[in-house]
Ligand binder design. Structure first.
Ligand code: EPZ
Length: 414
């Protein structure tokens, strides 16, 4: 991606459906043998990957534009292969529905990734608590269960996909399952609401305690996916960093409270306007401190983007990443653009210099690549970002959306 910095972003951006809701909903469709219809599906590489994964498992998937019909009439193989799992860790989410419906699942053990080792021990401990037997053979996790039986699962960490995986397994288990310290992210709530619409009985959604009453079976349904709060947050930061004025269409502000609060503190004006969010900055960017936390705290998925913004402030800001152990891969790249950042353990100390200078940089993971695009939009001169495929995993047509509001940005073949 080649960006000439310095353009103010002014105009309107349509926010797409949420990647981290669409992925689990595609997979939750395995819980029924009836067709499921999804709307507002974002056009992302990760959605292409989950579509491939379901097809390999013998499930019919028809997608046209933002609509998808998924019909898991019968489950072909019960296996999620290595070549797909290594490109998308969320593939581990098939384990819950496969155990629930086929009593068996074989999923390649996801490797590490740029932002951390990201173990799945809490998923597996939960499945064992529900009565599954788990073995690890030749890099594959093999789970089998005669019958899943409801129980109480106490999560040491509010794992997002762990909560989703266990909720899906519990939906068809015998008896009632209680998940303590469950994740409260809006995407987790969405998976629970989807299961309820299919005839499931999940209560406590949005709180740390979920109660799932197992039912004998689930039926098909139709569902519209929520807007992507991380995409929206990314463009909110873009408005601030370019001193622009953006209207973000289709956002749900209640999912963005911690981000809006923090950006207000940094000097932005953000307010609701007919069905979306108006975001602008007219004064100076102020240095703020932030600590990433599970929802409803400040999301780790917006940490890299805020760091790019803090490079433009004039002062000291401390950003602490409490969720992942290695989510500062963007620091080295931002320093190539003139940023003054020191990493001390789980915290990064940013000495804002009020400006950034364009440079060739490399994307390392999805949200780090977004922060480099934001930095390029605000930097003086040209920024060239390589390995931009990371961006396409989670942002729909980013350069088109940015060009439409005045950015000088284009994608070229490397
Ligand atoms: C989900 O990942 C999201 N992905 C991530 O978004 C997001 O950053 C993350 O939640 C935190 O909000 C999807 O929803 C597909 P976790 P997930 O399990 O579920 C540790 C993006 O940019 N942990 O909540 O994998 C783990 O190591 C992606 O869209 C265990 O130790 O995150 C991490 O430190 C990146 N054992 C912490 O918990 C486990 O069994 C939170 O992980 C599971 C997790």
């Amino acid at each position: 991606m080649i960006i000439q910095g310095g353009e103010r972003l002014i105009g309107e951006i349509q926010i797409a459906g949420a990647k981290n809701a669409a992925l689990p909903l595609f997979i939750a469709s395995l819980l029924t043998d009836e067709p499921v219809h999804l709307h507002n599906v974002p056009a992302l590489r990760d959605i292409d990957t989950v579509e491939k994964l379901l097809r390999i498992m013998g499930i019919t998937v028809d997608r046209s534009g933002g609509d998808a019909t998924i019909h898991a009439k019968t489950l072909g193989t019960i296996e999620a292969p290595y070549e797909l799992v290594k490109t998308m860790r969320a593939s581990i989410l098939v384990m819950g529905p496969l155990l629930a419906r086929a009593r068996e699942a074989k999923v390649s053990l996801p490797g590490g990734c740029a932002i951390g080792t990201r173990p799945i021990n809490l998923h597996l401990d939960g499945f064992q608590a529900l009565g599954a037997r788990i073995t690890l053979e030749h890099g594959y996790i093999h789970a089998r269960a005669k019958r899943l039986k409801g129980t109480t699962i106490d999560l040491p960490l509010p794992t997002v996909t762990g909560t989703e995986n266990l909720m899906m397994a519990a939906a068809l288990a015998e008896g009632t399952t209680v998940i303590e310290n469950a994740a409260r992210e809006p995407e987790v709530v969405e998976v629970g609401e989807f299961i309820n619409q299919m005839g499931g009985e999940v209560s406590g959604l949005g709180t740390n305690t979920l109660v799932i009453k197992g039912v004998p079976g689930l039926h098909g349904t139709e569902y519209t996916i929520m807007p992507d709060r991380v995409e929206a947050a990314t463009y909110m930061v873009a408005a601030g960093m370019t001193r622009g004025n953006l209207f973000l269409k289709g956002t749900q502000p209640q999912h963005l409270k911690a981000v809006i609060e923090k950006l207000h503190e940094a000097g932005m004006e953000i307010y609701e306007e007919n069905g979306g969010l108006r975001c602008l900055l007219t004064g100076p960017i102020k240095s703020v401190d932030v600590k990433t936390l599970p929802f409803p705290g400040f999301p780790t998925d917006v940490q890299a983007q805020l760091m790019a913004m803090m490079c433009l402030a004039n002062g000291l800001s401390v950003i602490s990443e409490t969720v992942f152990e290695n989510r500062f891969m963007h620091v080295g790249e931002l320093k190539r653009m003139g940023a003054d950042i020191q990493v001390e353990g789980h915290s990064a100390i940013i000495r804002g210099r009020g400006e950034l200078s364009g440079a060739p940089v490399m994307a390392t993971d999805l949200r780090a690549s977004a922060s480099l695009v934001l930095a390029g939009l605000a930097a003086s001169g040209t920024t060239e970002i390589s390995r931009i495929y990371h961006l396409d995993r989670g942002y729909e047509r980013m350069e088109e959306k940015l060009r439409a509001v005045g950015a000088n940005i284009r994608r070229v073949k490397e």
